[in-house]
Design a protein around this ligand. Structure first.
Ligand SMILES: [Zn+2]
Ligand SMILES: [Zn+2]
Length: 330
């Protein structure tokens, strides 16, 4: 399924000094309409159907040009020949490959990428590119069930999964702040947590609207296989935070500290992974979310300090000794 964003501006991508070529544009456009991983010969076959006069050599040359221009990526599934896939606004990913039917499936895991970088760094190598291929036999080959069609662009699946992760995080954030507002005694603190709960509610509605619009692009999008795998997404942070609030005797300052810990972790998570992704809607979703979490974090830190100042003043009033004692235990 081709989306508008899957079409690059060819004039912008064309290397300086090269002329516009009708043949090349045709080849590029046909290539971008295909999904999955094509061999050069697959592409020649499709092109021949469109225009008999285009030679094999021209298709090969154009493929090479597309790789250099960042429109296509070469992949090697160990078949003794390369295959090609879109790379324009198509996040870098890993592959699952069935050795029986040669079907390939795509997935993304930033946990794997982070691990690869860690191992690289430990051995003194700056990792530039990692290739992970999981070979095996697919469910369809093993059971005879019709193959699970990915049928959507990876970018759409990526955006879907990024939104799911962001929505799950908003939901547990909402639960966290609702509970925090309930247990906080300080009136201003209660107000702050209520305000944050409202914000989470609004963001949640926005994200759910965005998710619904995404589904309009592909009616089967919800049921397609998972693309983005994460071990520790940020919603777990807030769930643990909400659990901590349930402990008896959590005071207002502790509630702030737990909130700060959650928001800081969440901000770091979305920023770190968002920056790692290549240009795509999924990347944008992560980075926008990271910004929201940073705003929450800053607000909590501000309010935590204000509360500390208020409490100190209150304690300082009755007797001078109380203040000295407080300062000593800080
Ligand atoms: Zn198979
Ligand atoms: Zn691929």
């Amino acid at each position: 399924m081709a989306t508008a964003s899957a079409m690059p501006d060819l004039d912008r991508l064309r290397p300086a000094g090269t002329k516009r070529s009708g043949k090349r544009d045709l080849i590029v456009n046909v290539f971008l309409r295909q999904e999955g991983h094509l061999s050069a010969d697959d592409l020649v076959e499709v092109i021949k159907r469109e225009d008999q006069r285009i030679s094999r050599a021209t298709v090969y040359r154009t493929l090479q040009w597309m790789v250099e221009a960042g429109i296509a990526r070469k992949v090697d599934f160990g078949e003794g020949r390369f295959r090609f896939e879109h790379s324009y606004r198509h996040p870098r990913h890993f592959h699952l490959i069935c050795k029986s039917c040669n079907r390939s499936y795509e997935f993304l895991s930033s946990d794997i990428e982070a691990l690869v970088e860690e191992v690289g760094a430990a051995r003194g190598l700056t990792a530039r590119q990692s290739v992970v291929q999981i070979y095996g036999s697919c469910e369809s080959c093993r059971t005879g069930k019709p193959p699970a069609e990915e049928g959507s662009t990876s970018e759409l699946l990526f955006a879907r999964d990024a939104l799911r992760i962001a929505i799950a995080t908003e939901r547990s954030g909402l639960e966290f702040y609702t509970r925090a507002a309930r247990i906080t005694k300080d009136p201003r603190g209660k107000h702050v947590f209520e305000h944050l709960a409202d914000e989470e509610k609004n963001h949640l509605a926005t994200l759910e609207g965005r998710y619904k619009r995404l589904l309009e692009q592909d009616p089967q999008l919800e049921s397609r296989p998972t693309f983005l795998f994460f071990k520790g997404a940020a919603n777990g942070l807030f769930a643990r935070g909400a659990e901590d609030l349930r402990r008896t005797g959590v005071n207002d300052r502790e509630a702030y500290r737990i909130g700060i810990r959650c928001e800081r972790g969440s901000h770091r998570f979305f920023k770190r992974y968002g920056e790692r992704f290549e240009d795509s809607e999924g990347k944008q979703i992560f980075l926008e979310f990271a910004d929201e979490e940073r705003d929450h974090l800053e607000m909590l830190i501000r309010e935590y300090r204000a509360l500390t100042r208020r409490q100190r003043k209150r304690k300082a009033k009755p007797a001078r000794t109380a203040r000295t004692r407080h300062a000593a235990t800080r």
